[in-house]
Write a new protein. Structure first.
Length: 255
């Protein structure tokens, strides 16, 4: 149907920036006239710009590279936005849940805002900072893997950590990210932490990406997951419009 075709064309525009009529016609097995009609509709409804033989959409003209910051440095950045995000995330936690938290300043704050109705909670984390906070909560049972601790992030990683994670099934993962991009997905600056971060996503029934708007349109060293892998994005109110459109098209909730 033309609705599904137009949705896919808009997705392609968001991820690639531009499309050609001839390529789309071949891809969808329709004629050029039909594709031009689709692009005209997208120009009227979604701000797509028509060109001779194709179309483009305004997305950020460049990405910026993300290098690793220490946890202390992360805590100083976008503090107010992170508190708002943490409150939204904590409101999703229900009594009896098993949750997973990777490492980072935003996910650390989630445990500060647990609903009063949560009297029993299992917390699986990769972060020593989160673990210290969880261990002080009487309603929380903490699960912390062994392995190597990287002092820059206080994150556990390595083969022992990976074996530990594979034993678990969790209800919800709240996943902090260094960089998020429509085309490149969620990327990370530290290769030795990538596998453990992928695993903590794999074992979760629901996946929530938690990050402030400064993380969007950035690209770091290694790919962790595509945006489509997440059920929801929890962000501040400065989330770029292109991400809102992408999420609407792909059934990803924005909170």
């Amino acid at each position: 149907m033309n609705i599904n075709r137009r949705k896919e064309i808009l997705n392609l525009l968001l991820q690639r920036g531009s499309v050609k009529v001839s390529v789309l016609a071949e891809r969808f097995a329709v004629n050029d006239v039909t594709i031009r009609r689709d692009l005209k509709y997208l120009a009227e409804k979604h701000g797509v710009t028509l060109t001779y033989g194709g179309a483009f959409i305004d997305t950020p003209s460049s990405t910026y590279p993300i290098a690793e910051l220490t946890l202390a440095a992360k805590r100083r950045q976008q503090y107010e936005e992170k508190q708002i995000i943490a409150r939204k995330a904590a409101a999703l936690i229900e009594n009896g849940d098993t949750i997973a938290l990777n490492a980072g300043s935003t996910v650390e704050y989630i445990l500060d805002y647990l609903p009063s109705a949560v009297q029993r909670l299992n917390v699986l984390t990769l972060s020593l900072g989160v673990a210290v906070k969880a261990s002080s909560l009487p309603q929380a049972t903490l699960f912390l893997p062994g392995g190597k601790v990287r002092p820059e992030s206080t994150e556990m990683c390595g083969s022992e950590t990976e074996r530990f994670l594979r034993q678990f099934n969790v209800d919800k993962v709240f996943f902090g990210a260094a960089a998020v991009h429509l085309k490149r997905g969620v990327t990370h600056p530290v290769p030795e932490e990538v596998t453990t971060n992928r695993l903590i996503l794999d074992i979760a029934a629901k996946r929530y990406l938690v990050c402030d708007s400064s993380k969007f349109d950035g690209v770091s060293l290694q790919h962790i997951a595509d945006l489509s892998f997440f059920d929801a994005i929890i962000a501040d109110d400065k989330l770029p419009e292109s991400y809102r459109t992408y999420c609407q098209l792909n059934g990803i909730t924005i909170l």
